[in-house]
Design a protein around this ligand. Structure first.
Ligand SMILES: [Zn+2]
Length: 619
């Protein structure tokens, strides 16, 4: 057959197939929703300067089937179609929030009087040793002999360190009270204080030990387990039963109503295994109000992360439409507030940062990437992730020095295993990114998820002020969340507003103006981006960060039907008013996940979702 004939034949069959599929779609569909008479910002082009604005969309079976004129959308409406006249209101793609730890917020907000998942008993307030031990004793009563006590403990002061717990018991003291059952007091950050029964279980499985089993001057374990050890002991706690998951999952659903009220239809977060079980249950029962892209924490500070990542391959972007893997989260890379590990020591007497007095996190913050025994584990897990095809997401690198350390490991991973540029390893928060670092990051295909330092009315107390104290005002303005730099280098920075009660439109405004409402100071005007770029930071570019850019992040035919109707004109409103935008209706996959009551009744829809007083949100 001649080439020409082949081509003709091919085109014929291809054309026939196309016509058939096209006409059958048109003929059969009766849309579930038609939104018309609006100003729909589709974010459908790679360049934010020229996306299409349309009047109407239709959604069928959770997906956009028409994006165009009122006439085109209404043509697929039938008797059961819900039609919403937008009356010239603006519609955005559902917001994609790339760093929000809803699972950590759930127990604090909804399970205060419940036994937290993975624990055996209700949380314990620790005041004195005697009282604490007495409470533990009474917990043991009625429990089967030899059974675990795993209890979250709260006390005064900063519990991150565990040993700061006033009157914390030692391993010997816990052994005295509980000679024949394993006990673990779980502190903040999953640090733990355990007795010998518990400790020995771990040492039997890991005869060579686990880093950060804290030892006293005599070389014997004190009972305190930090990072790696504090997490690894969790392997031995009683398993979460399916029944318990079913009981607790509704609370996890409840917490997700808050981001839905912010206009969020997808969020990304690192996630522990216990929480993941909750969201898996909700995904299976079709009960998630927000899609979740998660960073798997199973290898966090784990001595065997290479084995874990080898044994459980999870390709980023693969999973359930409401719950998919976005990479692995091997643990935070620095600590110290509000910036982490820095090249220059924190000044001890800066009036904005009394927390630096005495250098509680060390003069340069805590550098997990450099300090033994965490450093080899952390570097090892990043390399293991690269080796087994993972991406890294949802941890944070806040210090200027941490960024250098992190980029150095990524470069090493690229030399050893290749392909890093395609993986979208993330940098979270972007509190420091110099021109040189940003260029390295861009070469490595890094996906930045950036937090404009909140709140809008006191930048001095945030990373801006911290880097001002370290390197001066000029530098701080130029390196803290430098959106313009990242965009210029062809990166796709996403924007997030991490705090609970954070308001995403306020973070968008800050990315656009960089203006502190308190004193009017603009921090680094050269790093401002325009509102279209900020919109992409919360939609199209953020979708790329979650590895789901073919399904979310813009309003296009075939993509999942996620949108938010807002009460102001995003393209025309004064820049200083963007924080005052309110969602009126959030739709995810064709489900109403939030509706503002007045708007809902005006268009005949039910009033759905989270309710809060007007001053609830930080804006
Ligand atoms: Zn975080």
């Amino acid at each position: 057959m001649s080439c020409l004939r082949f081509a003709r034949l091919f085109l014929f069959w291809f054309g026939l197939l196309f016509c058939l599929s096209h006409s059958s779609v048109q003929a059969q569909i009766t849309a579930d929703w038609v939104f018309y008479g609006g100003k729909v910002l589709t974010a459908n082009t790679d360049d934010p300067a020229n996306f299409t604005v349309v009047q109407a969309v239709a959604i069928y079976d959770g997906k956009f089937v028409v994006v165009g004129t009122d006439q085109q959308a209404l043509a697929v409406a039938g008797p059961n179609t819900r039609r919403v006249n937008l009356r010239a209101r603006t519609v955005l793609p559902g917001l994609v929030h790339t760093h929000l730890h809803v699972h950590n917020q759930t127990p604090a907000h909804h399970l205060r009087d419940e036994i937290h998942p993975g624990m055996t008993d209700r949380g314990l307030r620790w005041t004195t040793k005697e009282e604490g031990l007495a409470k533990l004793r009474s917990m043991a009563q009625g429990k089967e002999p030899g059974g675990w006590i795993v209890v979250p403990v709260e006390g005064e002061g900063d519990l991150d360190e565990g040993d700061d717990l006033a009157g914390a018991p030692t391993l010997a003291e816990l052994d005295q009270v509980f000679p024949d059952r394993p006990v673990s007091l779980v502190l903040a950050d999953r640090f733990a204080i355990v007795n010998s029964r518990a400790l020995n279980m771990m040492l039997e499985r890991y005869p060579n030990g686990v880093p950060e089993i804290v030892r006293g001057p005599d070389g014997k374990p004190t009972g305190l387990l930090r990072n790696a050890a504090g997490r690894t002991i969790g392997e031995f706690y009683p398993a979460l039963t399916p029944r318990r998951v079913a009981e607790l999952a509704p609370y996890y659903k409840k917490e997700l109503e808050e981001p839905a009220a912010r206009g969020v239809t997808t969020l990304s977060t690192r996630m522990d295994q216990v929480s993941l079980r909750m969201y898996q249950y909700l995904a299976k029962t079709d009960d998630l109000p927000v899609r979740i892209a998660y960073g798997d924490q199973s290898g966090t500070f784990h001595p065997l992360s290479d084995a874990i990542y080898f044994g459980a391959p999870q390709l980023a972007g693969v999973g359930h439409p409401w719950l998919w893997n976005a990479g692995i989260s091997p643990g935070p890379q620095d600590r110290g507030g509000p910036v982490g590990c820095t090249h220059k020591p924190y000044p001890e007497n800066d009036s904005s940062f009394p927390q630096w007095r005495g250098h509680p996190f060390g003069p340069n913050g805590t550098c997990f990437m450099e300090e033994d025994p965490v450093s080899p584990i952390l570097r090892g897990s990043i390399l293991a992730a690269a080796r087994h095809g993972f991406s890294l997401v949802g941890t944070h690198q806040t210090g200027d020095r941490t960024i250098d350390d992190y980029l150095e490991v990524l470069e090493e991973a690229d030399r050893l295993y290749g392909g890093i540029a395609d993986r979208r390893f993330s940098i979270d928060h972007c509190y420091y990114l110099s021109e040189e670092q940003a260029q390295r990051a861009a070469r490595l295909g890094v996906s930045p998820s950036c937090q404009p330092p909140a709140p809008l009315n006191d930048a001095e107390r945030t990373a801006f002020g911290a880097y001002r104290a370290l390197y001066g005002l000029e530098v701080a303005g130029d390196v803290v969340v430098p959106f313009q730099r990242m965009v210029r280098l062809g990166m796709k920075p996403s924007i997030h507003c991490e705090s609970h009660r954070g308001w995403d439109f306020a973070c968008m405004q800050y990315a656009i103006t960089r203006k502190d409402n308190k004193d009017g100071r603009v921090w680094g005007p050269q790093q401002r981006i325009n509102r279209r770029q900020a919109l992409y930071g919360y939609t199209r570019w953020a979708a790329w960060h979650t590895h789901q850019e073919n399904k979310i992040g813009s309003i296009e035919v075939g993509k999942w039907g996620d949108l938010v109707v807002i009460d102001k004109d995003f393209l025309e409103i004064d820049e200083d008013q963007i924080a005052q935008i309110n969602p009126l209706l959030t739709i995810a996959g064709g489900k109403v996940t939030y509706s503002e009551p007045n708007f809902a009744s005006s268009v005949g829809l039910p009033s759905v979702g989270f309710r809060a007083p007007a001053n609830w949100w930080n804006r």
